[in-house]
Design a protein around this ligand. Structure first.
Ligand code: C2E
Ligand code: CA
Ligand code: CA
Length: 652
């Protein structure tokens, strides 16, 4: 309200009467003029108070003296009432949302909060004054406070118009919960007033994501970190070694007679042995060392901060002795020996990947030396002339040059009846005279490393499109799924090349599904969105491959223009454990909530297929239905299935 004095009518009347009385006193005198002036003043005063003289001189004069009229008062009150009503309606609407709306002043203090704030903080009373004026950051966990502060000041300083961030807030009972906040600059008449934010409790989603990430990063049997986790630790170790000019060692450990134990005593005993080895290793290593299960009976150990290769050798041989002693003590009869291959950073390689390859080569050599053996890659290079195996690479380069890559196809089935094929996945194959069938898991990363992935990928695509267009009768209605690596997708030539090939073989993008790995989202969601949107607009179906292993946030997946997700084989394998079942169900439900179709890969038996179908997965792929096969065999498989089905099903 205004601080202008308001003249009460009674006072006005008294003042007016006083002036008239003064005038009357000089009634018969030449001061007539004075009387009229007084009367005029009185009338004017009253008219001003009642607002009729809004534009007259008197009004202006009185305003100069800082007086205001009743009408002014009424107008101010009406305006305030209208504003209060509009605000109340706005708050009522906010109350309907599950989110909290807040306003922060420029100095980060809470200026407004909607009703759900109290629910978000688990408050027993809805006492707004307890919060208004307090710094918003005081409710945020220490770990997230700094980052949020920087982001909020980035908004106020005009670096961006909006921002979102996930952070932890304290509830009234001291518990932490995860909140996703979206903030935007808040202006009034062009002037920055502070920020406005919408907060949403995402604790459940966050916990689920963490569980999925943990499972994706850890081996189910031993609970040890897996390759993905190891990759991250190796990258960190490289950074730290570079800063501290120190070395670190990577050990590849393999149980020599594991296969025999498995065959003789069964898988259960084999699994128990693996768990025991991992327990002993974990207990023997320092806390700063990293122990991961590589797969099968192979473990990898990262020993950070080593002074030189000789010390590494001593540490490892002690480790080996200890492990063997412990195993012998526990094993009662089963004799286990180990082979260990060691590579040292930066002596043997400069990247994590190359270092693993070198350690693996050292392990291979250790095994060839009669097992129960430790070998260091550095020694092999000096003592074994020509050890460095560049042969496979050069043979692969030649194979690509000579167009020798082949394509096999694996059907993807409708989960409803297990009999109808919905698509076929093209999988690259390379047969080498010396190495035999080399897995794409080996040669695709190799192709990426040596810059041949675009050419290799193009050859696979071209063959697949050629095969598919040739069998248009048998393959009618099916989709052709093609794997596309991140590097391929990000290459400038990819999109025009794909369109050109599709056109050349007389196919339509709607017949093609592109399987893209989840790591696409890791290097900036915005860029991935642009690439994928272009493909989606052209009519391609987009599938997110190996879902669950790329540890991308589910909220990111939500932002990409995808059509389906493929649940990774590692989750499908665990479906019969209670934890695995919950995880797969969570992925399925989340996928459906995002309106995505679900495909499960690696379905190896009927039981798994039935469980997945029961969970609502629409499509299934795996050895239970068929292994990947050459084109003729695949065409026969499709024709066989189609002839066994009534026409109405085929047409569906
Ligand atoms: P992916 O895309 O996840 O392909 C599925 C892999 O799982 C294939 O391995 C397939 O043979 C295997 N598989 C299918 N069903 C089962 C099952 O029931 N049990 C088990 N244990 N495995 C099953 P493959 O052919 O060795 O391919 C490995 C990976 O290599 C592929 O994984 C894909 O990421 C990559 N790849 C293959 N071909 C290409 C290609 O043309 N381009 C690109 N960029 N990557 C490719
Ligand atoms: Ca795939
Ligand atoms: Ca996959």
């Amino acid at each position: 309200m205004s601080a202008q004095p308001y003249v009460e009518p009674a006072i006005r009347t008294i003042v007016g009467a006083f002036i008239v009385a003064c005038g009357a006193l000089v009634y018969l005198k030449p001061e007539w003029l004075f009387l009229w002036l007084s009367v005029l003043l009185f009338v004017g005063f009253n008219l001003f108070q009642s607002g009729f003289t809004k534009f007259c001189m008197m009004e202006k004069m009185l305003r100069k003296l800082h007086f205001r009229s009743e009408l002014d008062e009424i107008r101010t009150l009406n305006k305030a009432n209208a504003e209060a009503e509009a605000r109340a309606a706005f708050y009522d609407t906010l109350g309907l949302l599950n989110e909290v709306v807040i306003e922060l002043s420029c100095d980060g203090k809470l200026a407004f909060l909607s009703d759900h704030w109290f629910k978000l903080l688990g408050c027993s009373h809805q006492n707004e004054s307890q919060f208004i004026g307090r710094p918003f950051l005081s409710f945020i966990n220490n770990h997230d406070r700094g980052a949020l502060e920087i982001l909020l000041s980035g908004l106020l300083e005009g670096y961006r118009e909006t921002m979102s961030f996930r952070f932890r807030m304290f509830r009234e009972d001291g518990q932490e919960h995860w909140v996703e906040g979206k903030f935007a600059l808040y202006r009034k008449q062009g002037k920055v007033q502070g920020t406005r934010g919408v907060l949403r409790d995402v604790t459940d989603t966050h916990v689920q994501e963490k569980r999925i990430t943990h499972m994706a990063m850890h081996d189910a049997l031993t609970g040890l970190p897996n390759r993905m986790y190891l990759d991250e630790r190796i990258s960190e170790a490289i950074e730290r070694s570079n800063i501290a000019a120190s070395k670190f060692a990577l050990l590849f450990i393999d149980l020599d007679n594991f296969k025999r134990i498995n065959d003789l005593h069964g898988h259960k005993t084999g699994d128990q042995l693996l768990v025991r080895v991992s327990d002993i290793l974990r207990a023997t290593l320092r806390e700063t060392d990293v122990l991961a299960r590589w797969g099968g009976d192979e473990f990898v150990v990262l020993l950070p901060f080593q002074r030189n290769a000789e010390i590494v050798r001593k540490v490892v041989s002690k480790l080996m002795d200890k492990l063997q002693l412990e195993l012998e003590a526990q094993q009662s009869g089963t004799f286990v020996t180990l082979s260990i291959g060691i590579a040292v950073y930066p002596d043997d390689a400069h990247t994590g990947e190359a270092l693993l390859v070198q350690a693996d080569k050292a392990l291979f050599h250790a095994k060839s030396q009669g097992r129960n053996n430790i070998q260091m890659f550095g020694d092999l290079q000096t003592h074994t002339p020509g050890f460095e195996d560049v042969e496979m690479t050069s043979r692969f380069v030649a194979a690509v040059k000579e167009n020798k890559l082949q394509v096999h196809y694996q059907p993807v089935m409708d989960a409803g009846d297990h009999k109808r094929i919905v698509s076929v996945e093209a999988l690259a194959r390379w047969h080498d005279d010396k190495y035999g069938w080399v897995s794409p898991a080996t040669f695709i990363p190799l192709a990426e490393n040596i810059g041949l992935i675009n050419e290799a990928g193009r050859q696979v695509m071209e063959q697949a499109l050629d095969h598919f267009s040739q069998c248009s009768g048998v393959c009618a209605g099916l989709k052709l799924a093609i794997n596309v690596s991140k590097r391929q997708l990000m290459s400038v030539d990819f999109y025009p090349m794909l369109l050109d090939l599709v056109g050349r073989y007389g196919m339509s993008p709607t017949q093609i599904k592109l399987e893209i790995t989840e790591s696409i989202a890791l290097d900036g969601i915005e860029q991935a969105k642009v690439y994928l949107q272009r493909l989606s607009d052209a009519g391609f179906t987009l599938s997110l491959d190996d879902f669950g292993t790329g540890f991308s946030s589910l909220s990111h997946v939500h932002e990409l223009p995808l059509d389906e997700i493929k649940i990774d084989i590692s989750f499908v394998r665990r479906i019969r454990t209670p934890e695995g079942a919950v995880l797969v169900k969570t992925i399925v439900d989340m996928g459906h909530a995002m309106q995505l179709a679900l495909v499960a890969e690696g379905v190896e038996d009927l039981e798994t297929a039935t469980i997945l179908q029961g969970m609502g997965v629409e499509m299934l792929q795996g050895y239970h239905f068929s292994r990947p096969m050459p084109k003729e065999e695949c065409a026969g498989f499709i024709a066989g299935l189609r002839s066994a089905l009534p026409d109405s099903v085929n047409a569906a």
